[in-house]
Design a protein around this ligand. Sequence first.
Ligand code: NAD
Ligand code: TYD
Length: 339
Amino acid sequence: MAKFLVTGGAGFIGGNFLHRMVKQYPQDEYVCLDALTYAGNMETLQPIMNCSNFKFVHGNICDRDFIFKLFEEERFDYVINFAAETHVDRSIKNPEIFLKTNILGTQTLMDASLKYNVRRYHQVSTDEVYGDLPLDRPDLFFKEDTPIHTSSPYSASKAAADLLVLAYHRTYHLPITISRCSNNYGPYHFPEKLIPLMIQKALRNEPLPVYGKGENVRDWLYVDDHCIAIDLIVRNGNDGEIYNVGGHNEKTNIEVVKTILNILNKPESLISFVQDRLGHDLRYAIDPSKIEKELGWKPLHNFNSGIQETVKWNLENQEWLSHVESGEYLKWIEEHYNS
Ligand code: NAD
Ligand code: TYD
């Protein structure tokens, strides 16, 4: 039996991770800590709210007193940090909150992990810390020792956090692992990100805003495959190691958008090319051979099956999406604190 702290579990990937783990490991306890920013949604946690091995705690990873008190009370064995500001476009408009949450929040969690002797601190990171690859070199991939070379305030804040995690390992011997995953997609994805945004716009016959020429490449991984990888790394990964996670599903943005339109039987005339993102990374592509060889991980989904399932989920969960779009999902905080 082990006790896990999962931060950012009311978000997209953390929520999917908890859905799977709480049911897969009934002997373990999972505490979800989330600040419920605009990206956190209690409706995402509804399927596990009544599970006896699950508990939700509302709080901020930057709040030192609160975090130390929580660690004192709960005595976690493992800490898995999903909590972050995650949207590149928002980081371009307002970098500061990215630095606070993604860097200082990580430091606070690691200080508490050191004081209370957690068995493993796991940092959920991103392939964006490696910067981008050229479009005309399909032979190049990100490996774990590819130099850090960031483009956006988001990726710079994630890279800073990764360096801090490695420093805490070297200097204070904090037991750590880091996973760097490619772009995720699947259920409960906040509709400001490419795939859920395009599905929603297509359903409403609204223009689909594609940045630049739509030729940028992302390496798409179904969210469940990422969750399985994190579980393997936390339980079996080697102390101090970084693991890249990705499934060789590279697609240009325009391919992704056309696939969604095709599944929904909507016309390509809905595509609208708009001004490019500042500093827009050209291509991400992961070499996952280390996690495949060392931990036996392989993705279970390919892009064709994953995108079909994702469109289906969005069609069947329009209530979840409409509550996000109307702001209804934010009422949880009001109801719990102002009543
Ligand atoms: P998300 O934006 O959907 O969710 C983030 C969650 O963190 C939200 O529930 C939010 O309320 C919470 N949060 C934000 N600031 C907080 C704070 N200060 N204290 C406590 N909670 C806070 O993000 P996501 O897409 O689920 O990403 C989760 C993690 O995975 C992030 O660290 C991200 O960098 C990483 N990642 C994401 C992707 C992707 O494609 N989405 C790919 C690779 C890595
Ligand atoms: P996004 O989902 O924001 O993830 P990231 O920037 O972390 O990779 O964007 C994925 C790709 O889609 C990226 O190249 C930017 C592009 N994009 C658009 O073309 N239009 C949009 O409206 C959005 C949100 C993204």
